[in-house]
Design a protein around this ligand. Structure first.
Ligand code: GLC
Length: 545
């Protein structure tokens, strides 16, 4: 293997939402001890290379852990620091890297920093958050909105000012223009690096720097285009968010943070992947840094909002390939804890072709827990709704509970997620668990899990898939996406049929190849003719001499 390719480039990252993965202590909520129990599944049965843990820090859980009240500890709901250390040790012993989720844009309103900050106007931590007077007419300081609905400003009665929150009012934004804030947060990063983590997923990384003058956002002339390219965020989407996030000063902060990671990387490589939602691809690519000295990877969400359409998927992949700077590394993701399950967005049958797409594109890959067994969105009865976004913005389907339901391990009580005596898991378990679960799928050679296992095994064995170049091929049926991955003398051709009908592909490209894998898991071997017949929703990987 090419020494220049590091674990986060050629490996596959698996996202764990700790509340929903495995409940070891029987309180209906997943925990870190539960993750430890399942490491063998991840490293051996599935074969991923790294895990990303969504937040497990002390938190009042207004946003299920993305409202942090202490950056350097573990919430008792999930365990304690000793359990975290055991997890890192056990993961490393299996060759799995560990990525933790940092939330630098905001704290919880119960964080001691904010409690101090709001205690009086002259408190030394007042300036750690963004406080403003109302306008002369008594109205809000500006027109910024919270992502989760309503204004981004909440009035504080005691000190007679507004504070800024880009998300919930329980998530006040830190003032990153205050050097003490930056130092305190950098220390939190060091805390986890010292504990042995291999990297960070950085929550809404681009949000930390706003316009210093807090100018109003203008209306968004491309609101509809954005809504159809990603998702309709209601009133929030009608504004162009040029002043409330992504101010150019943000790049300097991440260059400094990168230097800290680089110091630690002398020992072994550490990485950071930023959650950056940026519609303009040039601006998105700028987060790699002018000298590739910022994010190792800015998360690429371009395939999250894509319709299941071969031409559009190809267009978006080619656009990413064109914009990733020379020497930088692309990445792809199809699911996470904020988006509807891929099997629900694309369809259960299409999810198999989507799995092949994800694991054969050029770049780092992130998988969301449960997608490997084909979990779908779960309908949540109104009395069990948890997610504040779903509660605050009605009617747009923005609630994220459906994609956060407990992992389905077997067909026993609580789907094997929680001990049998647990009466109620934090979110309901999908009714499809007797069929869709790890134990059943491990034993079924044609299951979704079997497909992921084969794809992951091929990915780890094939230099073309891990390191190779990418080139899309034209000339075939419109509803097929065909591309080549090549490294030295290994040539692979991937052909994906997005349609519900048979498609025939002709030409030299297919002649003399060997079919290595079909999404249907029912054929392989030498291709006799130059004609390739793809059945409905079939994807294939073909090896060529
Ligand atoms: C990110 C997280 C999301 C969270 C929000 C606020 O988008 O992925 O789950 O609610 O930031 O921290």
């Amino acid at each position: 293997m090419n020494e220049q390719h590091l674990w986060w480039q050629s490996g596959v990252i698996y996202q764990i939402y700790p509340r929903s993965f495995m409940d070891a202590n029987g309180d209906g909520v997943g925990d870190l001890a539960g993750v430890i129990q399942k490491l063998d599944y991840l490293s051996d049965a599935l074969g991923v290379d790294a895990i990303w843990l969504s937040p497990f820090y002390p938190s009042p859980m207004a946003d299920f852990g993305y409202d942090v009240s202490d950056y350097c500890d573990v919430d008792p709901l999930f365990g304690d620091l000793a359990t975290f250390d055991r997890l890192v040790e056990a993961a490393h012993a299996r060759g799995l890297r560990v990525i933790v989720d940092m939330v630098p844009n905001h704290t919880s309103d119960q964080h001691p920093w904010f409690i101090e900050s709001r205690s009086s106007r002259d408190n030394p931590k007042r300036d750690w958050y963004v406080w403003r007077d109302p306008k002369a007419d008594g109205s809000l300081p500006n027109n910024w909105l919270s992502v989760f609905g309503g204004p981004a400003w909440t009035w504080d009665e005691q000190t007679g000012q507004y504070y800024l929150h880009s998300f919930l009012k329980e998530q006040p934004d830190l003032n990153w223009r205050n050097p003490q804030v930056k130092e305190a947060m950098f220390d939190a990063y060091r805390f986890w690096l010292d504990r042995g983590v291999d990297g960070f997923r950085i929550d809404v990384a681009h949000h930390i720097m706003k316009d210093p003058d807090l100018r109003d956002n203008p209306p968004n002339p491309q609101a509809e285009e954005y809504a159809s390219a990603f998702k309709d965020m209601g009133e929030y989407g009608r504004w162009l968010h040029i002043h409330d996030k992504g101010h150019p000063d943000v790049h300097q902060v991440y260059r400094e943070l990168r230097q800290i990671l680089d110091e630690y990387s002398a020992e072994r490589p550490r990485m950071m992947v930023g959650e950056i939602h940026e519609f303009d691809l040039e601006k998105w690519a700028a987060y790699y840094g002018p000298n590739l000295d910022e994010f190792h990877l800015p998360f690429n969400f371009t395939l999250i909002g894509v319709p299941w359409d071969a031409a559009e998927v190809r267009r978006r992949v080619d656009a990413i390939e064109a914009v990733v700077p020379p020497g930088a590394w692309p990445n792809y993701v199809l699911g996470n804890h904020d988006e509807h399950r891929l099997a629900s967005r694309f369809g259960v049958t299409q999810a198999r072709t989507a799995a092949m797409l994800l694991l054969t594109l050029r770049g780092a890959i992130t998988l969301y827990y449960g997608d490997e067994i084909g979990m779908t969105d779960v309908e949540i009865p109104p009395e069990r709704v948890q997610d504040p976004w779903g509660k605050q913005v009605a009617g747009l389907g923005l609630g994220r509970d459906p994609e956060r339901t407990p992992m389905q391990w077997d067909d026993g009580p609580n789907a094997g997620f929680a001990p049998a005596e647990v009466e109620r898991t934090w979110l309901p378990i999908s009714p499809d668990y007797p069929e869709v679960n790890v134990a059943r799928e491990v034993a079924d050679p044609t299951s979704m899990l079997a497909l992921y296992q084969r794809l992951l095994a091929l990915h780890s064995q094939s230099a073309a898939l891990r390191l190779g170049d990418y080139r899309s091929l034209g000339g075939g049926p419109d509803d097929c996406f065909v591309y080549v991955r090549e490294h030295e003398d290994e040539h692979l051709l991937i052909a994906l049929n997005f349609s519900g009908e048979e498609r025939v592909l002709d030409g030299d490209a297919y002649a003399g190849g060997e079919l290595l894998l079909s999404t249907h898991l029912d054929r392989e071997g030498a291709l006799e003719t130059p004609t390739l017949r793809l059945r409905a929703h079939e994807g294939v990987i073909i090896g060529k001499g």
